[in-house]
Write a protein that binds this ligand. Structure first.
Ligand SMILES: [Cu+2]
Length: 161
């Protein structure tokens, strides 16, 4: 009897899944609870200001290759990072989404001016600067790449701690 009931419920769930409509069967009390609501979507946070030190990262392309200088940077939450276009552009600052904790995504995107999909605008001109705040950003190791020069190894590690 119990087996039959489980089979029935599973069948009903299948029907509901295939139907695509809202016509759930009346006997839904034993159906699995819906998954918890996902974290707030990207873009719901408000930009958090820089409250600490602002660090400089140079973006360089020359006869030695394409690179962020320094390639590893450790900052505190609330610090800022100014990326400066030095040579060999266009460069950008693209956070590797796979390295961003789910809970940090909305805040990081909000802290990135003129940006979408965790990527800064392209910087073409020498001394052009783009600054991001690590305000309200949780500790972690964040991967950053330059989209045009990733194939040439232009990437860095940003450690927030
Ligand atoms: Cu680049």
């Amino acid at each position: 009897m119990r087996f039959n009931r489980i089979a029935l419920v599973a069948g009903a769930a299948l029907l509901a899944a295939c139907g695509g409509g809202e016509s759930a069967p009346a006997d839904t009390a034993v159906a699995p609870a819906p998954a918890p609501a996902p974290a707030p979507a990207t873009g719901t946070a408000t930009a958090a200001p820089i409250t600490g030190t602002t660090h400089t990262v140079n973006m360089v392309g020359d006869e030695k290759g394409y690179r962020f200088e320094p390639a590893t940077l450790t900052v505190a939450p609330g610090d800022g990072i100014s990326f400066v276009m030095v040579s060999g552009g266009p460069h950008n600052v693209a956070f590797d989404a796979a390295t961003i904790p789910e809970a940090a995504k909305a805040q990081l995107q909000a802290n990135m001016p003129n940006s979408a999909d965790f990527s800064s605008p392209m910087m073409m001109t020498a001394n052009e600067t783009w600054t991001v705040s690590m305000g309200n950003i949780p500790a972690g190791t964040y991967g950053i790449i330059c989209t045009p020069h990733l194939a040439m190894g232009m990437k860095m590690e940003l450690i927030v701690k």
